[in-house]
Ligand binder design. Structure first.
Ligand SMILES: Cc1ncc(COP(=O)(O)O)c(C=O)c1O
Length: 379
């Protein structure tokens, strides 16, 4: 197991020791539920969760009440779709136009595609240039704009602020939703500079634990009703007990968007992971080395540019799954297939690709060994 070369950071990051230690210490010494108790131990957990939220807020340049804990990017994007469809647009998205793009991960685009399938919205595409970057020019009108800040196949940061501004020129009321699941690993997020309405990412891709994500909401009080219901999100019920005419008063944000017990242990690890990531971003010279070396091999076709955060490629003479199985059998963990990004693969005219991505744990020795193995397999 220890001979494995883990080059699949973009799927999920390995966990730094400091994160494991923080979570273990919490479980051993401080565990209690949050938002439900007044004893010293419960209050301490409340403070830890509040501190974690404040840490995330600072990390993305937001206010703590704009930061909602979710189960991950997929959960965040599905919730945002529901929030927009049910609450923001009044009568829903029917006859409204949602702009998506071929860079989108299934998590970002499918929730809106399914509304389209049930005739509940129109879909248009954000134009891309020849390098598959989203274009601020020639953009169609949209009521909602889903922006992938960095594709998990192409690995290039998009001009989110420019795209938001361009969409607003066409429609000042456009609702902008940013999927920052890959972007957050490599670049600082500033939601105020982006000026987006929603943004989400997953904790597990930045070295924190699974089952946790962040959903940023620019105007959390403007969206009147929450989208999930349960403990911790109403402040009181009013009305009489006998006539069953209860109505509810929601807690203020973010509590009203956080029904039920939060993933406490994962939240405790998140600020530690953020600090670790900020000091230890992946070394992209490893990707450049692989690019320079593997592009010499005429059997390998690289589709990402040299300055990408990833190396995505295919081997025309080999089925991509055979290639993945062969490198996997020799201890190299990389991703093969459509990477839950079918639209960009369709645009590229490919059924699947192979992707190498690196994290802080990777060394030059890892990529040299991986390149040796890949060259050995493709010939
Ligand atoms: C760009 C992008 N968006 C969304 C997701 C979904 O993230 P999760 O599976 O953590 O919900 C991923 C995961 O690979 C991704 O790369």
């Amino acid at each position: 197991m220890n001979n494995i070369i883990y080059l699949d950071a973009a799927a999920s990051a390995l966990k730094p020791e400091v994160v494991i230690n923080a979570e273990t210490k919490f479980l051993r010494e401080s565990y209690a539920n949050a938002g439900r108790g007044i004893c010293a131990r419960a209050s301490n957990v409340d403070n830890m969760i509040a501190n974690a939220r404040a840490h995330v807020a600072k990390f993305i340049n937001a206010k703590p009440e704009q930061v909602v804990f979710t189960a991950g990017t997929t959960d965040g994007m599905n919730r945002i779709t529901r929030i927009i469809n049910d609450k923001v647009c009044g009568a829903g998205l029917k006859n409204k136009t949602v702009m998506v793009s071929d860079l989108d991960h299934h998590s970002a685009r499918l929730p809106f595609e399914l509304l389209y399938d049930s005739d509940s919205c129109n879909i248009v595409l954000c134009p891309m240039d020849a390098q598959y970057n989203l274009m601020c020019s020639d953009m169609p009108y949209a009521d909602v704009f889903v922006i992938t800040a960095m594709s998990n196949v192409m690995g290039i940061p998009q001009d989110v602020a420019g795209l938001v501004a361009a969409a607003r020129k066409k429609n000042p009321d456009v609702i902008t939703v940013v999927d920052a699941a890959q972007y957050v690993v490599h670049s600082e997020i500033d939601v105020q500079k982006w000026d987006c309405d929603f943004m989400c990412f997953s904790a597990h891709k930045i070295g924190a634990d699974t089952g946790l994500g962040i959903m940023y909401i620019k105007n959390p009080e403007r969206w009147i009703s929450p989208d999930k219901f349960g403990g911790g999100m109403i402040s009181k019920i009013t009305g009489s007990a006998t006539e069953h005419d209860a109505c509810f008063q929601w807690e203020n944000a973010p509590a009203k968007f956080e029904a039920g017990t939060l993933p406490l242990t994962q939240i405790i690890g998140l600020p530690v992971a953020i600090d670790y990531l900020s000091a230890n971003r992946p070394d992209l010279n490893l990707i450049k080395y692989l690019y320079d070396r593997l592009s010499e091999n005429h059997r390998i076709k690289i589709i990402t540019p040299r300055d990408s955060t990833l190396l995505t490629f295919y081997v025309p003479d080999m089925h991509i799954l055979d290639f993945g199985a062969s490198v996997g059998a020799r201890g190299v963990c990389l991703r093969v297939g459509n990477m839950c990004a079918s639209w960009i693969h369709r645009a590229l005219g490919l059924n699947g690709t192979a992707r190498i991505s690196v994290g802080a744990w990777n060394t030059m020795d890892d990529v040299v060994r991986a390149a040796d193995i890949i060259e050995n397999i493709v010939g």
